[in-house]
Design a binder for this molecule. Structure first.
Ligand SMILES: [Zn+2]
Length: 487
């Protein structure tokens, strides 16, 4: 009863109020009531509704904007033309610093750091979601009066609401994308009529409702005009790419996760691409990426980024070896073979022979995906599946996934008859367990060229094609390379 009476009184108050208001013309039905919560200031409330302090103060006849009370009701004019809203969050881009981001939103570094519980201002990372607005009070404040009209947040769903078109990249999940923009998975599902939230694909375009393209606050050295980190968060077992655009030609080198990185330079000499393989078993966390740019005079410009690495979520399998087939797994042999392959595939060829995504090496379905972590006979999960298996019929064609030079075509203990192709830029593909090999070292092969036939040589239980992709000496998920282009 009391509640209803208050709401009626309040509504009456609103109706009475409006004709007298200077905002009434445009916003006859665009007024909401905000109940001041503990910890709120007029400044914060104004920010929340994309208004100025003055607008709220004059609309409510507040003489002293510094003096508002918890529980006080404020009339909030919701103007038809939204003003530049301060977003709730900011996603850190490569080249941004806490200082440049703070400046973008008119905050101090200390303010921004404390809003995000950041103790070391140099430890922010690409893709990190920073809270720009002050956090809401931890506990709801006891209000002396019941809340009559819920305060509507500034975000609305009117057709004018700006939307961002986001292109799905490898390693993305709806959850990850939603989190990045401060949304829920449901928000994305509704906006895009997604029927199965677990199925999204690389290159798919998603509408991000109510989100403007984020502002950026680049704080790059003067001779660097752009840095792209793609995807913004790296994933264990997957491939990432850094692309730098410079004002003058530079020699680019870098280190990440104890790997020395080489960059490929385009013809203009102004765009450098670094392709990075994230080893399986890399713990999730934030890791420093150090890049050095050296100009013609030998002047070195360092750039330091922090990159987040996420778990690949590959799952586990325990394998019990029959005593008669322990010959299938021999860690000593495996390690020796890995070292041999690693030294071969750590060479960086500056010419790129691949173009766009890789083609499939066999016309067959996948029988075992990359990355699953394995334990043998109850031992530790310290092995993983280093490639993608295709259930191809024995004798069927093995095809080159892209153009390149054959650098190995011989027999290996575990992988059997194996062919290795160098595609340039540190990218190699490996084709294992073949019966026949049609190419030899030094041959140049084209995309789709038949290089051999499927078999069961090496340590296998049956015929299949085991296919690996190596990036800068690291085994990565080959299927990401089929779906995405790194050229
Ligand atoms: Zn395999």
């Amino acid at each position: 009863m009391i509640l209803r009476r208050i709401s009626i009184v309040l509504l009456a108050g609103l109706l009475l109020w409006q004709p007298a208001s200077s905002f009434a013309q445009d916003s006859s039905d665009n007024v909401t009531v905000h109940v001041v919560q503990r910890g709120e200031t007029l400044y914060k409330i104004a920010q929340q509704y994309s208004l100025t302090i003055e607008a709220i103060a004059s609309f409510n006849n507040i003489a002293d904007p510094t003096n508002i009370q918890v529980g006080q009701r404020l009339l909030i004019p919701l103007s038809g033309t939204p003003q530049t809203a301060v977003p709730a969050t900011h996603v850190v881009q490569a080249g941004e610093t806490l200082k440049s981001i703070a400046t973008l939103y008119g905050l101090t570094v200390e303010d921004l750091a404390s809003r995000n519980n950041i103790t070391d201002v140099n430890r922010i990372f690409v893709g990190q979601v920073l809270n720009i607005q002050a956090p809401a009070p931890a506990t709801p404040s006891p209000s002396p009066l019941p809340t009559v009209v819920a305060a509507a947040p500034a975000q609305d769903t009117s057709p004018e609401t700006p939307s961002l078109l986001y292109t799905v990249k490898g390693g993305d999940t709806l959850f990850r994308i939603a989190t990045r923009y401060g949304l829920t998975v449901n928000d994305l599902v509704r906006a895009n009529n997604v029927t199965d939230p677990t199925v999204i694909y690389s290159g798919q375009q998603l509408i991000i409702p109510g989100v403007k393209p984020p502002e950026s606050a680049f704080d790059l050295p003067p001779n660097v005009s752009h840095i792209d980190v793609n995807p913004q968060m790296f994933v264990e077992g997957e491939t990432g790419q850094i692309r730098l655009t410079t004002a003058v030609p530079m020699t680019v080198t870098g280190t990440f996760l104890n790997q020395n990185l080489s960059a490929a330079t385009d013809q203009s000499g102004l765009v450098d691409t670094i392709i990075i393989g994230i080893p399986v078993f890399t713990d999730a966390g934030v890791y420093p990426l150090a890049i050095n740019l050296t100009d013609a005079a030998g002047q070195v410009t360092p750039i330091n980024l922090n990159i987040q690495v996420l778990s690949g979520g590959y799952g586990r399998e325990s394998i019990t070896l029959l005593s008669s087939r322990t010959d299938l797994v021999d860690p000593v042999l495996e390690d020796a073979e890995f070292k041999k392959m690693h030294s071969l595939m750590s060479n960086f060829t500056p010419t790129r022979y691949f173009d766009g995504p890789l083609s499939l090496p066999a016309a067959a379905s996948i029988s075992s995906p990359f990355g699953r972590k394995r334990s043998y006979d109850g031992g530790p999960f310290d092995h993983f599946h280093t490639g993608t298996d295709f259930a191809a019929a024995p004798g069927s064609s093995v095809m080159a996934a892209a153009a390149g030079y054959v650098v190995f075509a011989d027999k290996l203990d575990v992988r059997g008859n194996a062919t290795i192709i160098d595609h340039g830029w540190g990218i190699y593909t490996v084709y294992c367990h073949q019966t026949t090999q049609y190419v030899k070292v030094g041959d140049f092969v084209n995309t789709g060229q038949v290089i051999g036939t499927v078999g069961s040589t090496g340590r296998v239980t049956g015929p299949h094609l085991h296919w690996e992709v190596w990036v800068n000496g690291v085994q990565v998920d080959p299927m990401q390379w089929v779906q995405e282009s790194f050229s």
